[in-house]
Design a protein around this ligand. Structure first.
Ligand SMILES: *Cc1c(COP(=O)(O)O)cnc(C)c1O
Length: 227
C-alpha cells in the first residue's frame, strides 16, 4: 500500500473509533480529504484507495485538479475563503461550497450555477471563536443568513461549517463545536432540514464527532504536512 492509502485507513479507523465512543454510526460521518497544495497525482492515489470526496481552498488550483480528474467522478468541495470575482468558476467546478459567510456571495453562486445542473450544496461558515477568527458569519446572524440563502434557486442549503481557533484545550473545542450543533438544531427547530455539520480536522476530529460532526475535513493526516 502507498502511504496515502495507509493514512486513509488510519483516519477512517479514527473516525470509526470516535463514532463508537459516543454511540454514533461510523457511516454517518463522511471523510472529506483536503488536498490543497497537493498535486492531482496524490488525489488520484487517494481515489485509488477508495476516497471519493475532496476539499480545496484555492480556486484555480482546485478547479484545475477537478478538471484533470473529471473522468473519475469525484466530489469536489470548496472550503476556503471566497471572493466575489471567483464565484463563477466555483459555482460550476465544485459540488459543494462550505464557506458561505455573506449573502452577496451566495446570490452570485446561485445565479452563476449552470441551468440544468442540480443545485450547488452549500454550508454557512460560522465564526464561533469571536475575535480569534476573522472568517464566518457571527452566530447571532446565522438565522437571517440561512433564511435568505435557503430560498436561492441555484443553491441547496445543507448545514453549517466551522473552524475553531487552534487550541489543545479539549473543553474549548467541545464548546465551539457544540455551539455549531446548537445553531443547526435551532434552525431545524424553525423548519429547516439541515443534515450537515462540517467540523473537525486532523488534530480535532474526535472532539468534533463527539459534538455531532457529519463531515470531517482532513488534510495533514492523509497527505502529510504541507510545505
Ligand atoms: C486546510 C484545511 C483543513 C485541513 O486541515 P488539516 O489540519 O491539514 O487536517 C480543513 N478545513 C479547512 C477549511 C482547511 O483550510
Amino acid at each position: 500500500m502507498t502511504s496515502i492509502a495507509t493514512n486513509l485507513q488510519a483516519v477512517n479507523a479514527r473516525i470509526a473509533a470516535a463514532a463508537k465512543a459516543c454511540g454514533r454510526m461510523p457511516g454517518d460521518i463522511q471523510l472529506l480529504a483536503v488536498s490543497k497544495t497537493w498535486p492531482a497525482e496524490c488525489v488520484a492515489e487517494a481515489a485509488d484507495a477508495g476516497q471519493r470526496a475532496f476539499g480545496e481552498n484555492y480556486v484555480p488550483e482546485g478547479s484545475d485538479k477537478a478538471a484533470t480528474l473529471a473522468e473519475r467522478q469525484l466530489t469536489w468541495h470548496f472550503i476556503g475563503p471566497l471572493q466575489s470575482n471567483k464565484t463563477r468558476l466555483v459555482a460550476n467546478a465544485f459540488d459543494w461550497v462550505h464557506s458561505i459567510d455573506r449573502l452577496k456571495i451566495a446570490e452570485r453562486l446561485s445565479a452563476q450555477r449552470d441551468v440544468g445542473r442540480p443545485p450547488l450544496n452549500v454550508c454557512l461558515q460560522v465564526n464561533v471563536s469571536g475575535e480569534a477568527s476573522k472568517s464566518g458569519v457571527a452566530p447571532e446572524e446565522v438565522a437571517a443568513l440561512a433564511q435568505a440563502v435557503s430560498v436561492l434557486p441555484g443553491l441547496r442549503l445543507r448545514g453549517l461549517m466551522a473552524i475553531p481557533e487552534p487550541t489543545d484545550d479539549l473543553s474549548v473545542l467541545k464548546q465551539r463545536f457544540g455551539q455549531v450543533r446548537a445553531l443547526r438544531d435551532a434552525l431545524n427547530g424553525e423548519g429547516m432540514a439541515l443534515d450537515t455539520l462540517s467540523m473537525g480536522m486532523s488534530h480535532d476530529l474526535e472532539a468534533a464527532i463527539a459534538e455531532g460532526a457529519t463531515m470531517v475535513r482532513v488534510g495533514t493526516a492523509i497527505f502529510g504536512a504541507r510545505a
